[in-house]
Design a protein around this ligand. Structure first.
Ligand code: NDP
Length: 338
């Protein structure tokens, strides 16, 4: 339950886990609803945006006193909707609760998951879900990559960043990632195949750091953080470089989203293209994404790092951890055994 609208960086105490409510485990006849047992929840930075009293975004705010919702995976246990049968596994927007009563007409981005013995179910929240798709759509549709391009990715070990970097390597690019700890930097270089990586928290001068790794400039910056890193990247873009504005997690808790950007002018003489995007605008290529990423994964061409918290009680901590970089890889919460 969201207790109240959040100011600044979200805290565990902004949420409350309520236990003990008894519900009827049936989908009411004639309701066109179906009841699901929730298995996994996805923790995503955009959820912070729904914790404030602001109605001008692409999603409405959560309601204080009511349960939070987000992407998840669940098993159908009773259904009054012919499209969803008992036993089906679905992915989409579900409540942060043990059971949810869903109605497909509620725009929940529902899909039935095809189980695959070689791929853990929870991967459908990251690698094969919204985060993975964001990386895929953002990299191929926004960045216009070419073999040999120099690519920079921020929050590079996270759910989106880890796949962007690996897709860029598969495309024949030179790839550098930034992350917030030595452990993450090692992961990027040793397991995820990045050419280079650095800990941005140890760099007093981000411009100098980028000049060290990109002496000839950056062709593509996949921006997950905004703020001072975006500002430094703007100084280092090549002529006709592309910046994919994916997210601004460093600003999620600030009120002014343009804070810290002084170098935007550089985009003009260098003819840099900056483009914001939402993964949901590209759902027409979701089947192509699923097919390609499943194949890459099975062929061992990409790896996937997941950070699993056990139990609904730990969900607030898991969500809050995204804003201090506690998660290593895609943050997921297991609510119940499959
Ligand atoms: P991550 O798994 O990358 O988790 C968030 C990470 O952000 C943390 O682990 C931390 O890594 C980093 N971080 C947190 N606070 C700061 C800060 N103040 N400055 C710099 N880095 C910070 O999250 P996702 O991969 O799910 O999301 C990445 C970005 O993509 C987010 O901005 C998100 O909003 C965006 N997004 C956009 C979508 C779209 O359609 N446009 C869809 C999905 C996600 P570290 O330890 O390295 O600092």
């Amino acid at each position: 339950i969201l207790k109240n609208y959040v100011d600044g960086i979200p805290k565990e105490t902004d949420m409350e886990v309520k236990l003990g409510e008894t519900i009827e485990l049936r989908a009411p006849k004639g309701s066109s609803c179906f009841l699901v047992k929730n298995l996994y929840l996805s923790c995503d930075p955009y959820m912070r945006g729904r914790m404030r009293d602001f109605h001008g975004s692409y999603l409405p705010p959560f309601v204080p006193g009511q349960r939070i919702e987000g992407f998840g995976l669940a098993r159908v246990i009773d259904s009054d909707d012919d499209n969803y049968k008992t036993g089906d596994i679905i992915g989409g927007i579900i409540g942060w609760e043990e059971y949810s009563l869903l109605r497909s007409s509620d725009n929940l981005q529902l899909r039935t998951i095809q189980l695959d013995d070689d791929i853990p179910l929870s991967y459908h929240l990251g690698l094969l879900g919204m985060a993975g798709f964001t990386a895929y759509a953002g990299f191929y549709e926004i960045c216009c990559p070419k073999k040999g391009d120099s690519v920079f990715v921020s929050a590079a070990s996270g759910a989106v960043g880890q796949l962007v970097g690996q897709l860029a390597k598969l495309h024949g690019c030179y790839v550098v990632g930034s992350a917030g700890s030595k452990q993450k930097v090692d992961l990027l270089k040793n397991e995820l195949g990045f050419d280079e990586a650095f800990n941005y928290k140890e760099e007093a001068d981000l411009d100098a750091a980028l000049k060290r790794y990109f002496p000839e400039g950056i062709d593509i910056y996949f921006d997950n953080v905004g703020g001072s890193m975006l500002d430094a990247a703007l100084l280092n873009m090549k002529v006709h470089g592309r910046i994919a504005l994916c997210g601004m997690v460093s600003l999620q808790s600030l009120s002014t989203s343009s804070q810290g950007i002084n170098n935007l002018y550089n985009a003009i003489p260098k003819r840099v293209r900056l483009e914001g995007f939402l993964q949901s605008d590209y759902l027409n290529i979701f089947p192509q994404f699923l097919e390609n990423i499943m194949r890459y994964y099975k062929e061992g061409k990409i790896v996937y790092i997941e950070d699993m918290s056990e139990g609904l009680e730990l969900a607030p901590a898991a969500l809050v951890g995204l804003f201090s970089g506690k998660n290593i890889g895609k943050q997921v919460v297991r609510v119940a055994k499959e």
